[in-house]
Ligand binder design. Structure first.
Ligand SMILES: Nc1ncnc2c1ncn2[C@@H]1O[C@H](COP(=O)(O)OP(=O)(O)OP(=O)(O)O)[C@@H](O)[C@H]1O
Length: 259
């Protein structure tokens, strides 16, 4: 059984008739990429896998137990989400925000201990934003805010990482650093699932892929079976050129549309 499992899972997309039920085990050590055009349901799937949205049908299992049978705090001790959208409702500092990653491990009113502060310190340092620790999050650039989102989940230290567009706002150097971080997490035994728009990042970093189509169709499997020119052109309705660098496929949109 996978660390995280989708069993007959159909995500709930308003006004969409049922799509293909997903039966996927996200195993420790694996990096899964979810690809699909705008509106296909990638974010909805990620939120459903996190237990934040009810599925249309089927179930999600975490560590061998139905997601609905875990308490929310227990889920947060095991599963972390790098969200695409963030709403910084109150003026917290970078350090205070990253400390939220430790809250699932604290009881109500318990203050953070030295180990929590150390985990946050290490996470901010790994993401290269320790010099911003006392800045208000509202003053951060998009890329700095994204790196803080990573640092918060890193401080949380979950077994399952769900990342929605993890390369958002990041320059090439920080995209690579973020992907390397996820790769290290997988090597350490985590299961990683990320939604991506960049098929070349998927080709470089994901060992398994799930292709989500706007009509609810889906297919999944190892990267080499999924990342074919035909499948990607059909997925995006976009002609592509395919090349190869260091044995990995690369794709570039062709000028013009589908036909
Ligand atoms: N609360 C909601 N009410 C109505 N429609 C919704 C709601 N949430 C999502 N949808 C619709 O469900 C579909 C899937 O949305 P979702 O955000 O999961 O897609 P996505 O694949 O992540 O898209 P993108 O690539 O644009 O981020 C979209 O058509 C969206 O408009």
């Amino acid at each position: 059984m996978g660390l995280l499992e989708a069993c007959g899972l159909v995500i709930d997309i308003p006004e969409r008739s049922e799509g293909r039920a997903l039966d996927i085990a996200f195993e420790p050590g694996q990096i899964w990429g979810v690809l699909g055009p705008n509106g296909a349901g990638k974010t909805t799937l990620l939120h459903t896998l996190a237990g934040l949205r009810e599925p249309c049908s089927g179930s999600v299992w975490l560590d061998g137990k139905a997601m609905t049978d875990w308490r929310r705090r227990q889920v947060a001790q095991r599963l972390g989400v790098v969200f695409q959208e963030r709403h910084d409702g109150f003026p917290a500092t970078v350090r205070e925000t990253a400390l939220m990653g430790r809250h699932p491990f604290l009881s109500l009113w318990q203050r953070e201990g030295d180990n929590d502060l150390q985990a946050v310190h290490d996470a901010l340092r790994q993401l290269g934003i320790q010099h911003l620790a006392h800045r208000l999050v509202t003053t951060l650039s998009g890329g700095e805010r994204q790196r803080l989102a990573f640092a918060t989940v890193l401080a949380q230290n979950p077994e399952v990482w769900l990342a929605d567009e993890p390369s958002n706002h990041l320059d090439l150097q920080h995209q690579t650093a973020a992907m390397q971080l996820l790769h290290r997490q997988a090597k350490a035994g985590c299961a990683v699932v990320m939604c991506l728009h960049d098929v070349n990042l998927a080709a470089r970093w994901c060992d398994n892929l799930l292709l989500l189509y706007p009509d609810g169709e889906a297919c999944w499997g190892p990267q080499d079976a999924m990342l074919t020119l035909d499948a990607l052109e059909r997925l995006y309705g976009q002609r592509l050129h395919q090349g190869e660098i260091f044995g990995k496929p690369v794709f570039m949109p062709a000028a013009g549309g589908w036909s």
